[in-house]
Design a protein around this ligand. Structure first.
Ligand SMILES: Nc1ncnc2c1ncn2[C@@H]1O[C@H](COP(=O)(O)OP(=O)(O)O)[C@@H](O)[C@H]1O
Ligand SMILES: [Mg+2]
Length: 365
């Protein structure tokens, strides 16, 4: 799967620009703040309907304009698909697939898949469980519409359940909770099962990617941490039991303290928790290994690699790791952004090189 071309209009600092990508490695270079990440962000938008940055849609409209458009053509084994996203300062964004407006974001997912990596993804290792759940959610939502819809429903029910927990009439709370929990556990089961499968698949790939990048010096282990799944074949009952056990505590807290919205991924290097004991370099490499493993899961599910977006990710690695990484991704469409064309990048065969300056492509070869 790859993106053939991308046109940006009044998008961020681009007035109008058209990229025609190679299905191999594409390198965008330029000084800081010229528009490299903006381009990477636009590709991610076409994949998921959202920005990989914590951004509101309207912020992408070029200062002084009232609308913006991202358009692109994706190619997969099913043929070409045209995707357009139109932003307006007056209404919500509109997404068109082959010229037809879609009603739900789920209809966009799967037309163009991507794995996005930038230095901020270090959060994936270092920061809160929320970042690790987000990793699973973005990845699984692209792979499975069932997951995506279950997640949306689950989140709504959790909100309602939390409101109920705060209701001062405890009789109402105890009477109504089982009704919510019955529904909640249906959707939770879908989410948990998909996550368990995902982590099971991710494990060998991540460990393989990690030893590849580190030259076999380190081993990486990952697992899903939930605190309530005692029996993987009966996750629904496990969750219902945990919810019941915590009900009094949750009433005091005013929120639901157990469930998929609290799950985490445990990541260890050679037996030690990377989050606590890992060096910055190890954390960085672990995050990258997870992303490379994600590529393999996509390949496994769809028989095609997604687009790999490496935004400013290379400068963070030493030269050996950079060369190994490039060697590994040479058969995958990759969008690399960086400030300079380093020696390993110069030697890639058939790479396409764009130079970006102030929201314009000033050279393309
Ligand atoms: N809505 C917008 N309208 C115009 N310019 C924007 C908008 N949003 C961001 N920018 C500009 O885009 C530039 C940053 O681009 P970015 O792609 O992040 O740079 P880099 O090339 O370093 O990756 C900044 O100069 C910023 O002011
Ligand atoms: Mg950038």
């Amino acid at each position: 799967m790859y993106i053939k071309n991308l046109t940006l209009q009044n998008y961020r600092n681009y007035e109008k620009a058209s990229f025609s990508f190679s299905n191999g490695i594409n390198i965008l270079t330029g000084d800081n703040a010229q528009g490299k990440t903006n381009c990477a962000e636009a590709i991610f938008y076409l994949c998921t309907g959202y920005s990989p940055r914590a951004t509101r849609d309207k912020q992408v409209i070029k200062y002084g304009s009232d609308s913006a458009t991202i358009s692109g053509v994706a190619n997969s084994s099913y043929g070409d698909v045209k995707i357009d996203i139109k932003f307006s300062d007056k209404k919500n964004k509109e997404i068109l697939v082959n010229g037809v407006p879609i009603k739900k974001i789920g209809e966009l997912m799967g037309n163009l898949n991507s794995v996005f990596f930038n230095p901020e993804e270090l959060k994936l290792i270092k920061e809160s469980p929320e970042d690790r759940r987000r990793f699973m959610d973005i990845s699984l939502s692209q792979m499975s519409k069932r997951y995506f819809y279950a997640l949306q429903k689950y989140r709504k029910i959790i909100e309602q359940r939390n409101d109920l927990l705060k209701n001062p009439d405890k009789e109402v709370v105890y009477e109504t909770l089982p009704l919510w929990d019955a529904q909640l556990s249906e959707y939770a089961e879908i989410i948990i099962k998909e996550r368990l499968d995902f982590i099971k698949m991710l494990k060998p790939f991540a460990s393989n990617a990690h030893s590849f990048i580190t030259g076999g010096n380190e081993s990486l282990e990952i697992s899903l941490e939930s605190g309530y799944i005692e029996d993987e074949y009966n996750v629904k009952d496990c969750l219902l039991r945990a919810l019941t056990e915590r009900v009094e505590k949750d009433i005091i807290l005013g929120y639901t303290s157990v469930g998929p919205h609290r799950d985490d991924i445990k990541i260890k290097i050679s037996g030690e928790d990377v989050r606590i004991y890992g060096s910055q370099g190890q954390q960085r490499t672990s995050a990258l290994s997870l992303k490379l493993a994600e590529l393999e899961i996509f390949k496994n599910r769809f028989n095609e690699y997604p687009v790999l977006i490496l935004d400013d990710a290379l400068s963070e690695l030493d030269q050996k790791r950079r060369s190994r990484l490039i060697d590994r991704i040479k058969n995958i469409q990759t969008i690399i952004t960086c400030t300079e064309l380093t020696s390993e990048l110069k030697t890639i065969e058939n790479a396409k090189h764009f130079i970006i300056e102030n929201g314009e492509i000033i050279s393309e070869q």
